[in-house]
Design a protein around this ligand. Structure first.
Ligand code: FAD
Length: 313
């Protein structure tokens, strides 16, 4: 028999949808993924240490711990969770059909909350200093004590890189914006903001090729000039990647309307996709805010919209 609601993904969006759907007696079934998109079940928050901006935790909370609490709450109210990755879907007829490696699943409605994965550089030292000086989210981590008053570096050349550099400049003594080309991709207004900022220095034609540090964390990075291949060392207390995200939407290609960068398109102000009964919440459909609380908010919307939709069908 078809499940009323199947949720794909297990970050704040998926779990908030699960809590709402479970409390509405819809017996939701969640496929939380098994290292889907390279991220553990629980989502991107499992890749960070301290979360200081999720309401309810005035002292901050460890990212993995927060995801465990989400999961506990989903289960408490009656969500069934499978640690499996959904590998294929068919949204062309109802009930919808989904497949994992082990199962064929039928669903009357589907909430997609598969998130996005921040791109990494995969340079030597990255694994060692990840979350010990290296981060992929300046808005999330920039205000943490380990970065305050330090010289920091941002890698990237688009609007979000400039935005991250501007954000970090509020806390840092200096911010290097490192770009591998000699012009930024960012919009003119953003470029102007970066170039005129007294604390931001742009380092052109540079690749970051290594991260170095000590016991307590990152202390420097090695740069290589893209033109003459000269190498230099730059002392920084933090390195932020702003080189983009990849939404986890591969399995929805050809089934759902995606934008040019692969994000799921939803009807503005809702989580409704182009297929009735299929909803998308969290970072998989949001390339603007990308925060746990906004993901959770849209997960709530998706569950309420699924509930209403099911009532009418
Ligand atoms: P995600 O958290 O991306 O979770 C999606 C989950 O779905 C993943 O576990 C994935 O494995 C799973 N999945 C994917 N495909 C499938 C599939 N086919 N089948 C089954 N499962 C699948 N935000 C904050 O608000 N505060 C912070 O301090 C903060 N710090 C951050 C630090 C870092 C380093 C990063 C990268 C992000 C941080 N964020 C922070 C952002 C926040 O983590 C995201 O905005 C949020 O997690 C998005 O939630 P989501 O539910 O949309 O998806």
């Amino acid at each position: 028999m078809a499940h009323k609601v199947v949720i794909i993904g297990s970050g704040p969006a998926g779990h908030t949808a699960a809590i709402y759907a479970a409390r509405a007696n819809l017996n939701p079934v969640m496929y939380e993924g098994f290292m889907a998109g390279g991220v553990a079940a629980g989502g991107q928050l499992t890749t960070t240490t301290e979360v200081e901006n999720f309401p309810g935790f005035p002292e901050g909370i460890d990212g993995t711990k927060l995801t465990q609490l989400f999961r506990e709450q989903s289960v408490k109210y009656g969500t069934t969770i499978h640690t499996q990755t959904i590998t294929k879907v068919d949204f062309s007829k109802r009930p919808f059909v989904l497949w994992s490696d082990d199962e064929r699943i039928e669903a009357e409605s589907v909430i997609i909350a598969t998130g996005a994965t921040a791109k990494r550089m995969h340079i030597p030292g990255e694994e060692t200093f990840w979350q010990r000086g290296i981060s992929a989210c300046a808005v999330c981590d920039g205000a943490l004590p380990i970065f305050r008053g330090k010289e920091l570096a941002v890698i990237g050349g688009g609007d979000s890189a400039v935005e991250e550099a501007n954000h970090l400049a509020k806390f840092a003594s200096k911010v290097y914006l490192i770009h591998r080309r000699d012009t930024l991709r960012a919009s003119q207004i953003m470029q102007k903001r970066a170039m005129e900022h007294p604390k931001i220095e742009i380092l052109w034609n540079q690749n970051v090729i290594e991260a170095k540090g000590e016991q307590q964390g990152l202390t420097s990075i090695v740069l290589e000039n893209t033109q003459n291949k000269n190498q230099s060392q730059l002392s920084v207390g933090g390195l932020f990647y702003a080189i983009g995200h990849v939404p986890n939407t591969e399995i929805f290609k050809g089934q759902l309307d995606l934008d040019e960068t692969g994000y799921i398109k939803t009807v503005p102000g809702t989580t409704q996709t182009n297929i009735e009964g299929v909803f998308a919440a969290g970072d998989v459909q949001d390339k603007i805010y990308r925060q746990a609380i906004t993901a959770a908010g849209s997960g709530c919307m998706a569950a309420l919209e699924a509930e209403r939709w099911l009532e009418g069908h």
